[in-house]
Design a protein around this ligand. Structure first.
Ligand code: PLP
Length: 407
């Protein structure tokens, strides 16, 4: 029996059947301890966007750690590399003049945004605007606010009431948000949280026009629009740095993590539009919030090297190409009797929705037997979110392996 308690796992099953131990990675591939190679269909948990084994990031981190690993980001403290990263991110931000607050990961980013949204309205003299609205099927990390406002009921079960003043609307209907606004009143709603593509809830692409409609509703009703781009940020959407850029969403707050460092070290960032930052930068007002490792110098060095790679190798274009490749190569699988639907065509993400959702774990094992490391998201959706360096041949190899695993 091992001591390691895995996240999101039936530990009894892990104890019985053993862990899948990943020992090494290079490009779009990983290797297990026995030296067997697997195509990495998910880029870890949607993060290894530049591929595994990038020496350049490791070297940048080593150089930073041997100069200064980290000190603090509280009060007036900062590291040079953290300041440089914030400036660089502000240049990429969907809203010009954005401020950047660093966190240790996506859940931190979401809970930071949830608290900041409420504080913002209080600073503006509207303390009744506290309701946080999320969508059915949404995933916003595992901290208290993010769990409460997300729309995956099994993740709420067994904890009592996590947080007051959260509500959920339909994931695919602007009408549903509009109805809630009419019902409770815009003067009660602080923010609407929106994943441009529903990720962990099963990879659901937004209906045509949906994102623009909910964005407009929020603007018209003075509700902060929070784009949760933990998955879609830093190129995953294909052809642009953020989904918010591609769809012209101009989010009031944008939560990110994962692709910021391609997962080489943990780090997240919350982008805050000037309108929201302004009361806190005017002087005399504190946002009493921060994380010990927010803006960690080693993580910031990893992020800088990661952004260098994305720019130098044109990986935003590569991601757009992966979007087309996945769409083309996975489409024929929709005809398989075990497949209910293939969802693809927006970003370097796709899902093979199994007709029988409970077959997810069996299919993940069957995929491994075919040399692919995959994962089931939502209700039996095989998640496909490879690194942007995956080649045409490797996407074909992936589709063929899925076909064989389906039997
Ligand atoms: N938000 C979204 C949309 C996510 O997909 C995730 C993680 O998958 C998170 C937040 C939480 O990020 P983390 O696991 O880094 O805390």
């Amino acid at each position: 029996m091992g001591a390691l308690w895995h996240g999101f796992a039936d530990m009894g099953a892990v104890e019985r059947e053993g862990a899948f131990v990943v020992a090494r990675g290079e490009g779009a591939y990983i290797w297990d301890e026995a030296g067997r190679r697997y195509l990495d269909a998910t880029a870890g948990l949607w993060f290894t966007n530049v591929g595994h084994g990038r020496r350049e990031i490791a070297d940048a981190v080593a150089a930073q750690l041997s100069t200064l690993a980290h000190y603090s980001n509280f009060g007036d403290l900062a590291a040079p590399v953290t300041q440089r990263l914030a400036e660089r991110l502000a240049e990429l931000a969907p809203v010009p003049g954005s401020k950047v607050m660093f966190t240790s990961g996506g859940s931190d980013s979401v809970d930071t945004a949830a608290k900041l949204a409420r504080r913002y309205w209080r600073e503006l003299g509207r303390p009744d605007k506290t309701l946080l609205v999320g969508r059915r099927l949404a995933y916003h990390g595992m901290h208290v606010a993010g769990t409460a406002l997300a729309g995956i009921p099994v993740n709420h079960d067994g904890y009592g009431e996590l947080m007051t003043d959260t509500r959920t609307v339909e994931w695919d209907s602007a009408e549903s948000l509009s109805t809630l606004i009419d019902e409770v009143g815009a003067d009660r709603i602080a923010a609407f949280f929106c994943e441009p593509i529903i990720g962990a809830g099963g990879v659901y692409l937004p209906p045509e026009g949906y994102l623009e409609q909910v964005r407009r509703l929020c603007r018209d009703n003075d509700i902060l629009f929070v784009a949760d781009e933990v998955v879609t940020g830093f190129g995953r959407i294909g052809g642009s740095w953020f989904a918010s850029t591609r769809f012209g969403l101009e989010p009031d707050l944008m939560t990110t993590a994962k692709g910021l460092t391609s997962g080489y070290l943990p780090m997240g960032a919350v982008f805050v539009a000037p309108r929201v930052a302004e009361p806190f930068f005017a002087g005399g007002v504190w946002f009493r919030h921060g994380y010990t490792y927010g803006g960690h110098a080693g993580s910031a060095a990893a992020a800088m090297a990661n952004l260098d790679i994305i720019e130098r190798e044109n990986l935003l274009d590569a991601s757009k190409n992966v979007e087309s490749l996945l769409h083309e190569h996975l489409a024929p699988l929709a005809a398989h009797p075990r497949v209910a639907e293939v969802r693809s065509g927006l970003g370097a993400v796709a899902a093979i929705q199994l007709a029988e959702p409970s077959e997810g774990p069996t299919m993940v094992k069957a995929l491994r037997a075919q040399g692919v490391s995959g994962r089931a998201a939502g209700q039996g959706a095989l998640q496909i979110s490879p690194s942007f360096v995956i080649t045409d041949e490797q996407v074909a190899e992936l589709a063929a392996a899925i076909g064989r695993a389906l039997g």
